[in-house]
Design a protein around this ligand. Structure first.
Ligand code: ZN
Ligand code: ZN
Length: 198
């Protein structure tokens, strides 16, 4: 009887041996470790020891991510940044300049090496737009409109004065104010913004 079944027995023993090897566990440390680029300290450790299949263990390991520890990340740092100037009025290229910018170290990775900066041309209409922008920091489009004597609803009194000069006469009507020019009358609402242009 035994003699007849021995090949089956051999297969069973072999299978059991295979299964034994496949279930062999191994201890590995795996996960992510955060190392400070500045001081080299591991400031966060998300690794842990695990018992995994021996074959899987070879594939697992510790991933090291470089960053800044809380101490180094809070320190300010200075870096070179090239600023490419472009006139927002006419689109002319204003050249490139390298500037030192100071920021928190932890933000340094997100700062692009070159940025585009809006800077009006130094002559003509662009220069006037640039002066308005520098003085009031209004929107570029608003400055450009004022430079061409354009006014619009929502403008404040400074904007109207810059575009058209001082009014000939001012009249208070309740909480509103009317500014009279030669041909037009501008009404400012209680908020001080233009609500009507006649
Ligand atoms: Zn550090
Ligand atoms: Zn320009």
């Amino acid at each position: 009887m035994m003699r007849k079944y021995w090949p089956v027995l051999v297969v069973m023993v072999a299978a059991a041996a295979l299964c034994l090897s496949c279930s062999t566990k191994k201890k590995v440390v795996t996960g992510t470790q955060y190392e400070c680029k500045e001081c080299g300290k591991v400031y966060r450790d998300d690794t842990r020891e695990m018992e995994v299949d021996r074959r899987l263990a070879e594939e697992l390991g510790v991933e090291v991510v470089e960053g800044y520890c809380p101490k180094c990340g809070d320190e300010p740092m200075t870096l070179d940044q090239s600023q490419h100037y472009k006139c927002p009025v006419c689109g002319a290229d204003g050249g490139t300049e390298v500037k030192k910018v100071t920021l928190e170290r932890k933000l340094s990775d997100t700062v692009p090496a070159e940025i585009e900066v809006a800077k009006a041309c130094p002559t003509g209409k662009c220069a006037k737009v640039g002066r308005l922008r520098e003085k009031y920091n209004w929107d570029w489009q608003v400055c450009a409109a004022i430079a061409e004597q354009g006014i619009d609803l929502g403008f404040n009194q400074d904007m109207v004065r810059e575009a058209w000069g001082p009014p000939k006469r001012v009249e208070k009507v309740g909480s509103a104010e009317k500014w009279y020019y030669d041909a037009e009358t501008i009404t400012f609402g209680a908020s001080g913004k233009v609500v009507k242009i006649d």
